[in-house]
Ligand binder design. Sequence first.
Ligand code: ADP
Length: 332
Amino acid sequence: MNKKRVYSGIRATGRLHLGNYFGAVKGMLELQDQYDCVFSVVDLHAITTPYDPKTLKQNVRDVVLDYLAAGLDPERCLIEIQSLVPEHTELAYLLSTIYPVSRLEDLPTYKDKKAQYPKYVNMGLLFYPVLMAADIMLYKAELVPVGRDQEPHLEVTREIARKFNDMFPSAGSGQVTFPEPQRFKTPAEYVPSLTGEGKMGKSTEGSYINLTDDLKTIKKRLAAVPTDSGELGGDIPATGGVATLFTLLQILNKEDLYNKYAKDYRDKKIRYSEMKEELSNAIYEELRPLQQKRAEIESSFDLDNMIKKHTEICRQVASQTLKEVKQKMGLT
Ligand code: ADP
């Protein structure tokens, strides 16, 4: 790995949805040709919220399949399963010793998850951003293609990198151990929820459309998006279900449809059932090639062999970083 490095990961909590695709995977696709990229299925992050051990392996497999179907090319990037590279957790522990607990307790994702699962507030959940920092820093990544919701976690990563570099300077060379990674932004860095509240996310039922959804399912999911009477007029709302419908048209680059329905909205004659029908078709049109590719990969590609090879390469790079960190921390 000689070029600028890129790292990103998606939790193994189910199939990928439009938010993951437009907010993260599109960025990965853009970067895989220019840089040394590691794209991970972060299964250790998936077990910090309630999950079923029986389906976790299948979830991991589904994310890998979705990655490949979306166009990640195992010849041009490394695909990693986080738990197969134990250096992640070891580095996370080492980094946790230089970071304050109080800062982690203040992070929005921790607070949200605490509210969502009040009976499942575990150490791993609090530790999540430190593990995420370790994920990125293990590969000394400089660019991280993730959605806007991950910005606070990236800030933590930069803080940890800065602190490590200050506390454990490299002797003589003047070169710091860790770069301060930047977020690589996609045009759709925030895909709103179908419920009209917050972001599209795997853990909020009714909020998402999966990349593997067929047309009937997409229509059903969009039918549930809350709208208004269609007679309000004025500016298109910035939040709520109607805003989500318009945002999805924008994300899909359906400018003509967007303009048509924006005019109808202003003229107080918008028909949401028709808009949802056209939006469903546009989404399906985008997803159909991915679904065809996924079916081909599922029937012919040797996933296990690819993972085995990629894990070996990832561990070589990871173990070098870990060795350097331990030396600098005086542990060898
Ligand atoms: P989820 O929130 O659905 O559980 P993850 O936490 O695994 O998904 O996030 C995986 C990646 O997808 C991250 O880069 C995250 O920023 C991105 N992502 C998730 N939801 C959205 C969204 N609604 N809009 C934009 N990006 C998103």
